[in-house]
Design a protein around this ligand. Structure first.
Ligand code: AMP
Length: 276
C-alpha cells in the first residue's frame, strides 16, 4: 500500500491507476465496519483507494471534532492487512485549492433536514461538499458507503443524481459488535458499561421490526420504543419510521426505522429495514 498526504502527489505518482478506482472515504479510527467496506470493494476492483480525513466542517460541535479519535499509525497497520492499494490523508487547503465547492442552493433539503439533519444543521450540506470535492478530484468508478449511515447514503445518492456523476455507489451492510451495537469510531469513547447499555439502539430497532411484523401501527411502535428509553441511561433523540425508495431495487419501497440517542456526550445512530 502506498500512502500519500497530497492528492496531487497521488495523481502524479507513476504507480497510480486512474481507472476503475474503488473509493472508500473514511474519517479513520478504522474498525470492522470500515474493513467490511474494503472487503466489499475487492469484489469490484483491484484498484482500492481509502481516504482518511476528519472533515471539520461537518461537525456541529467543535469539541466533538477535537475529541474525534485519531489513530493514523494503527489505521495504517490495519490497512496493510487488506487489499487497499492507496491511502490518502489529504489536507484541507489542498482539497479546497483543487476542487470546486458544492453549490448550497442545490441542497436537497427534503433529505438533509429530516432525521439527523434536524439536530445537526448544515451537517449533510458539508458532507455533500466534501464528497463532491473528492469525487471531482478522484473520479472513482465505485464508491462504498455503509448503510449504518443510511441518511448519508441517501444524500450521496442524491449528489450523484444532481451532478450526474458516472460513479456507482455501493451500499454496504452494517457491521455490529456481539451485542448488536453498530460499530462506530465513537464507540471507543464509551466506557464498557455504556457500551453494553448502548445496545438499546439495536434492541429498539429489532423490537420495532418484530412489532411491525405483528401488525402494530407505526405510532404504537414509536410509543413503545420511547417508553423503553424511560428506564435507560441513554437519552433518545429521535425514533422514526420512514418509507424510502428501495436502495436495492429501483422500483420498490422499504420501511426503515431510524434511531439516534445520546450516551453521555456520545451521540449514536442506527437504522434497520423493518418491512416492505
Ligand atoms: P466514518 O469513518 O465514520 O466516516 O465512516 C466511513 C464509512 O464507513 C461510511 O460510509 C460509514 O457509513 C461506514 N461505516 C461506519 N461504520 C460502519 C458499520 N458499523 N458498518 C458498516 N459501515 C460502516
Amino acid at each position: 500500500m502506498k500512502i500519500f498526504e497530497s492528492f496531487v502527489d497521488l495523481i502524479n505518482d507513476k504507480s497510480f491507476i486512474k481507472n476503475n478506482i474503488a473509493f472508500i472515504p473514511t474519517m479513520g479510527h478504522l474498525h470492522a465496519g470500515h474493513m467490511s467496506l474494503i472487503k466489499n470493494a475487492e469484489n469490484f476492483s483491484k484498484n482500492i483507494l481509502v481516504s482518511i480525513y476528519v472533515n471539520e466542517a461537518q461537525f456541529n460541535d467543535p469539541r466533538d471534532f477535537e475529541n474525534y479519535p485519531r489513530t493514523l499509525e494503527e489505521d495504517i497497520q490495519k490497512l496493510r492487512d487488506t487489499k487497499c492499494k492507496f491511502l490518502i490523508t489529504p489536507k484541507e487547503y489542498e482539497i479546497k485549492n483543487i476542487s470546486k465547492a458544492f453549490d448550497p442552493s442545490l441542497e436537497p433539503k427534503k433529505i438533509t433536514e429530516i432525521l439527523c439533519g434536524k439536530y445537526r444543521p448544515g451537517h449533510f450540506l458539508n458532507v455533500m461538499d466534501i464528497v463532491h470535492r473528492f469525487f471531482q478530484i478522484l473520479n472513482p468508478k465505485y464508491a462504498f458507503f455503509g448503510k449504518k449511515d443510511m441518511q448519508q447514503l441517501m444524500v450521496i445518492k442524491e449528489l450523484i443524481k444532481l451532478k450526474n456523476y458516472p460513479i456507482e455507489i455501493i451500499p454496504c451492510e452494517t457491521i455490529r459488535d456481539a451485542n448488536g451495537l453498530a460499530m462506530s469510531s465513537r464507540n471507543t469513547l464509551l466506557s464498557p458499561d455504556e457500551r453494553m447499555e448502548s445496545s438499546i439502539l439495536f434492541e429498539s430497532l429489532s423490537k420495532s421490526k418484530q412489532l411491525f411484523g405483528l401488525k402494530k401501527n407505526e405510532n404504537e411502535i414509536i410509543d413503545i420504543i420511547k417508553n423503553d428509553f424511560e428506564s435507560s441511561r441513554l437519552d433518545l433523540e429521535y425514533f422514526e419510521i420512514l418509507n424510502l425508495p428501495s436502495i436495492t431495487s429501483p422500483n420498490g419501497a422499504e420501511l426503515y426505522a431510524f434511531i439516534s440517542a445520546h450516551c453521555g456526550k456520545i451521540r449514536l445512530i442506527d437504522n434497520m429495514l423493518i418491512g416492505r
